[in-house]
Design a protein around this ligand. Structure first.
Ligand code: SAH
Length: 385
């Protein structure tokens, strides 16, 4: 381990008991918990009580929940559990970014990252073990896909981060925002992600407002429509290219849902949400590939009429990616063209590089059921420089 990174030593957290057949209450949103209590003949308000204990107070042992009767506590202990993921590795970057490698019960691993800034603390959460979408510049995609995370596995990332940050006892180390920008495509794990977002926003759990929870998608169009119908939150769209030819190469799901359909879905999304909302577009700048002035001009045309926050992201390299990071000048030139056209544009700062926590570097340790890594043993598109 280098000097700049530090393995955090913390007392072991109560992890809950692994046990098959018991319901993990960590993964039930309000409606789910209410149904659970109704099924055992209890009143609805038990859902609120248990949510507070579990998510706000971090209590996982039913015997400590002293506003529940002894009988109910015993009944819960028999039929259910509050079970978190295991922390396999806990790394702190010199810039304050903290990354957790989390072990799932099946032996796979996922990652979650906490990114502190002056005015906020953002938790980047994973939604799947690996990813099936195979974006050419993303290291998660290179790992292949194994499975969807359960709601409990998604929420456990928030639970662990919230309570581990609290143990640091340092001011300002709080989760104020959650972005579903870790490993996986959230909209291909739709139901579990929706339940998890509901728990994040519940006043008796994490109480995050709809502006502070962002679901990021590579553009799964039908799921974008479904999402807009049932949930109010921020949407980020991973665009990365200004025309179909380039996007087919960088974000292959574009072959299924090309830009015309994606842009139409973005417009429908905005129409269904309140008038002040806008869409965040993510655009990873790849040297000589998508970072030229003509691409910026094409983007302006493409996004005309869509309330946009453009997030330009310098490419974070990983071994064998075959891409290079755009020069500072190219990034500046690109952002200036967008800015002059009146587009709100920010360049994302790279954080947590020393602990491999930067965007696109989350690899976890997964068993690749698609065996993708074999197909990609060689550099792609002949772009290795
Ligand atoms: N599947 C979803 C969620 C994953 S987040 C989606 O595509 O939106 C994916 C984001 O990670 C991308 O939009 C991009 O912002 C970032 N990313 C992926 N690989 C990257 C890399 N090598 N360098 C910088 N950012 C990267």
């Amino acid at each position: 381990m280098s000097e700049v990174q530090q393995q955090i030593q913390l007392k072991p957290l109560q992890q809950g008991v692994a046990d098959s057949g018991r319901i993990n209450l960590l993964g039930l949103d309000r409606a789910g918990l209410e149904a659970f209590f109704a099924a055992i003949g209890e009143k609805k308000f038990r859902a609120t009580q248990v949510m507070k204990w579990v998510h706000q107070l971090g209590v996982v042992d039913f015997q400590e929940m002293n506003n529940l009767s002894k009988g109910l506590r015993n009944q819960l202990a028999e039929s259910s559990c509050v079970q978190n993921l295991q922390v396999a590795q806990d790394l702190l970057s010199k810039d304050g970014t903290r990354k957790w490698l989390l072990r799932l019960h099946d032996g796979n691993h996922i990652e979650a990252v906490y990114i502190p800034e002056d005015d906020r603390g953002t938790l980047c959460v994973s939604s799947q073990v690996g990813c099936a979408l195979d974006c050419s510049f993303c290291s998660t995609g290179r790992q292949g896909f194994n499975r969807n995370l359960t709601t409990a596995e998604i929420i456990s990332q928030v639970w662990l981060a919230a309570h581990l940050l609290e143990e640091e006892k340092k001011p300002g180390r709080k989760i104020t925002n959650v972005v579903m920008m870790g490993m996986g495509e959230p909209l291909l794990n739709f139901d579990n992600v929706v339940s998890a977002v509901r728990i994040m926003m519940d006043d008796f759990a994490y109480g995050l407002s709809k502006r502070r929870v962002t679901v990021s998608t590579a553009g799964v169009v039908p799921a974008m429509d479904r999402l807009a119908d049932i949930l109010d939150m921020r949407l980020a769209v991973s665009l990365h290219a200004s025309n179909d030819e380039l996007r087919n190469e960088l974000v292959p799901v574009n072959k299924k849902y090309p830009l015309k359909e994606l842009m139409a879905a973005c417009r429908r999304f905005i129409d269904k949400q309140n008038s002040r909302s806008r869409i965040t577009f993510e655009y990873v700048l790849l040297d000589g590939i998508n970072d030229q002035p003509e691409h910026a001009r094409e983007l302006i045309k493409l996004l005309k009429g869509i309330p946009t926050l453009m997030n330009l992201i310098p490419f974070n390299p990983f071994q064998g990616s075959g891409y290079n990071t755009s020069s500072k000048n190219a990034v500046l030139r690109f952002s200036e063209i967008l800015h002059k056209a009146g587009m709100t544009t920010v360049v994302r700062k790279t954080r947590g590089e020393d602990i491999d926590a930067a965007c696109g570097q989350l690899a976890g340790k997964i068993e690749d059921k698609s065996r993708r890594h074999r197909r990609f043993a060689k550099p792609r598109f002949g772009m290795e420089k």
